[in-house]
Design a protein around this ligand. Structure first.
Ligand code: FMN
Length: 160
C-alpha cells in the first residue's frame, strides 16, 4: 500500500515524528511550507491568531496529488489548540483524496486541544476516512513506545 506523509513543521518536532514513522513504513513525504515565513514573534501574533480562526495560509506546494496513495498520514503542530494555517491549507490543497484513508498526528507543548477533531472534520468533508489519530506533547516526543504505537497504527491501517 502506498503511504504519503504530509506535514508542516516550524521547529522540527512534527518533522521528527514523520521521519521516524517514514523510516519504519516507507513511503513518500511532502513537507508543506508556510509562505507567510513567520518569525518567532509573528508566529504567535499572526500565525497563532490565524490558526485560532481556522484560516489557511498560502503554502508550497499549492496542490497535493493524493490520487496515487492509499493512505495519507497528516501531521500538524498545535497552534492555539488548533491545526496550523498551513495544514488547513494542505487539507484544502489535496486532490484525488476521496475514498482514501488517513492517520493523523499532532505535536504540542502540552495539550492538543481541538486540533485532531478539527483535522478529522475537515478531512471527512473531503471524503477521507480517519483510521487513527495520535497526539504527542513535549514529554511524549521522546517516548519511543508512543512513536511505535503510531507506527503500528499506520502499518495496520495500510495492511487492510
Ligand atoms: C503560535 C504557536 C501556538 C502554540 N499553541 C499551542 C497550544 O495551544 N497548545 C500546546 O500544547 N502547544 C502549543 N504550541 C507549541 C507547539 O504546538 C509545539 O511546540 C509543536 O511541537 C511545534 O511543532 P514543530 O516543531 O513541528 O513546529 C504553540 C506554538 C506556537 C508557535
Amino acid at each position: 500500500m502506498n503511504i504519503c506523509y504530509i506535514y508542516h513543521s516550524e521547529t522540527g518536532h512534527t518533522r521528527g515524528i514523520a521521519g521516524r514513522c517514514l523510516a519504519a513504513t516507507g513511503g513518500d513525504q511532502i513537507e508543506v511550507h508556510d509562505l507567510q515565513h513567520y518569525n518567532m514573534i509573528t508566529k504567535f501574533l499572526v500565525g497563532g491568531r490565524r490558526a485560532g480562526k481556522g484560516l489557511s495560509d498560502p503554502i508550497e506546494p499549492s496542490t497535493i496529488d493524493a490520487s496515487k496513495y492509499d493512505l495519507v498520514v497528516i501531521g500538524s503542530p498545535v497552534w492555539g489548540g488548533k491545526p496550523t494555517p498551513a495544514i488547513n491549507a494542505a487539507i484544502q490543497a489535496l486532490k484525488g483524496c476521496e475514498g482514501k484513508k488517513s492517520v493523523l498526528f499532532v505535536t504540542c507543548g502540552g495539550s492538543p486541544g481541538e486540533s485532531l477533531a478539527l483535522m478529522k472534520r475537515a478531512l471527512e468533508g473531503r471524503g477521507v476516512t480517519i483510521a487513527a489519530s495520535v497526539s504527542f506533547n513535549r514529554k511524549e516526543l521522546s517516548d519511543e513506545g508512543r512513536v511505535n504505537d503510531l507506527i503500528r497504527q499506520i502499518k495496520s491501517t495500510s495492511a487492510v
